[in-house]
Design a binder for this molecule. Structure first.
Ligand code: NAD
Length: 442
């Protein structure tokens, strides 16, 4: 099948490359000429494990990038919209979705063949049929459901393991305005064998994505609240509390042979220094705002955000127990990405943590295996000393803050001097492996 993917960020590029790897003919479209050039040279503008190898194999064959959306729509059967949907001010910002809808509509105006437009970006329920569809009709002068199809296909990939998630999805959700749209969307995914496919309408598809993200974000904030109380009460370790909770066989079922299965869902029921990334914070906020627009109070999700925004402060509080005055104290911040496996720092807890450290007059030495370049856009090299190795970052540091669960940080117990304080924001290290240890929820 010939498809165009509009937007070559984390979702667009991974989708485009993986769909090409599955045999489709893919044209990736972006307004950013530099990204387009990089892709055509076989260099992905973002880091995702396995992405570069796939791209190098496919580019110039059944995969290419371009800035010409009009031509791509004319040449393909289906367009996936994968542009950003940030949260701005007090609601979701749909400007990129609107622009692309108008542009695709203008191309459909000059196209005789039936074309299907599918929103892959995360958009609040009602966007595909109330915003995208009317814009397509307006700029094409044609009728949805007759001249073209409109659908919604949310993406569930996780950054860091995006290629694997896309190639082996747990479910595919297809929301279409009618059967002909769904039939074309089905063709896109026939190359994925044995995966559960849910057919529904666009609004339900949109709601599924928000519900899935909100549930996971809620689990995290819930765990953090329990962790914060555990620490206040004293003599309770939240990691033991959560272990006891995970052992519920409804959360970790016991197989017939007696072995226990530990689903990755349980990793969201653990305390830490808060969630970040380009999705959870903005999606939960967008759903809250959407609820309010409909007169539906979203008090539970309000609290999820409130707990999360306060959680990086726990790291500073634990540091302050040992260093009430941080002025002149050298602190190593280990991990800048919002989670391991990615160079994405959007909404990373490392950002408010560094900001508080700098406000308090601390000297910050930072290390991240791949996200340093991104953080330099926020904090200059005059503000933060960026280090190439873990041992450079901890050299001379009086305290070390572990912010991202990068596997290489498991070596810290053998690297730290006895008098150095470690604050474990991910409860990653055994608490008795380091002489001066503090952790969230301990
Ligand atoms: P991103 O910011 O990484 O990429 C967006 C891309 O769209 C950019 O390359 C930008 O240049 C391009 N773009 C903007 N306007 C354009 C236009 N008019 N024409 C062509 N290209 C244009 O975004 P992302 O992280 O890939 O997210 C995209 C969407 O997918 C969002 O709605 C997000 O919520 C959703 N999503 C993201 C993830 C994730 O893990 N990042 C997972 C699931 C869903």
């Amino acid at each position: 099948m010939k498809i165009s993917v509009v937007g070559t960020g984390y979702v667009g590029l991974v989708s485009g490359v993986c769909l090409a790897a599955k045999g489709h003919d893919v044209t990736c479209i972006d307004v950013d000429q530099a990204k387009v050039d990089m892709i055509n040279r076989g260099h992905p503008p973002i880091y995702e494990e396995g992405l570069e190898d796939l791209l190098k194999n496919l580019v110039g064959k059944n995969l290419r990038a371009d800035t010409n959306l009009q031509k791509a729509v004319l040449d393909t059967d289906l367009s996936l919209i994968a542009v950003g949907t940030p949260f701005k001010g007090d609601e979701i910002d749909l400007q990129y979705i609107q622009q692309v809808s108008r542009d695709i509509g203008a191309a459909i105006k000059n196209k005789d063949a039936y074309h299907v437009v599918v929103v892959k970006s995360t958009v609040v329920p009602g966007t595909t049929d109330r915003v995208v569809l009317p814009l397509l009709e307006e700029s094409s002068g044609k009728k949805a459901g007759i001249d073209f199809g409109v659908g919604m296909n949310p993406e569930f990939l996780r950054e860091g393991v995006a290629v694997n998630d896309f190639m082996e999805p747990d479910r595919i959700v297809l929301g279409g305005i009618d059967q002909p749209t769904l039939a074309v969307m089905d063709q896109l995914y026939t190359v994925f064998d044995g995966v559960d496919i849910l057919h529904t309408n666009p609004r339900t598809a949109e709601m599924i994505k928000y519900t899935a993200n909100s549930l996971l974000a809620t689990m995290i904030s819930f765990s953090n609240e329990i962790g914060n109380l555990s620490a206040k009460v004293g003599d309770i370790d939240v990691t033991e509390v959560m272990k006891g909770v995970h052992l519920d066989k409804r959360l970790s079922p016991i197989r017939e042979d007696g072995e226990r299965i530990t689903p990755s869902f349980t990793t969201y029921i653990e305390a830490g220094c808060g969630f970040g990334g380009s999705c959870f914070p903005k999606d939960v906020k967008a759903l809250i705002a959407h609820g309010k627009k409909f007169g539906q109070a979203m008090s539970l999700l309000d609290s999820v955000i409130e707990v999360n925004e306060d959680q990086p402060n726990r790291m500073i509080e634990l540091l302050n127990k040992h260093f009430p005055d941080l002025n002149g104290v050298t602190v190593a911040v280990l991990g800048l990405a919002f989670k391991p496996g990615t160079d994405d720092i959007r909404e990373s807890p490392a950002i408010p943590i560094i900001s508080r450290l700098l406000e308090a007059g601390a000297t910050v030495q930072a290390f991240d295996p791949i996200a340093e370049k991104e953080m330099k856009h926020l904090y200059s090299e005059e503000q933060v000393c960026y280090c190439q190795e873990i041992d450079h970052a901890i050299r001379g540091a009086q305290a070390v803050l572990l912010v991202t669960r990068w596997p290489e940080f498991a070596a810290l117990p053998n690297m730290l001097d006895k008098d150095v304080l470690l604050v474990d924001g991910r409860r990653m290290l055994p608490k008795d492996s380091i002489a001066r240890y503090e952790g969230i929820g301990l």
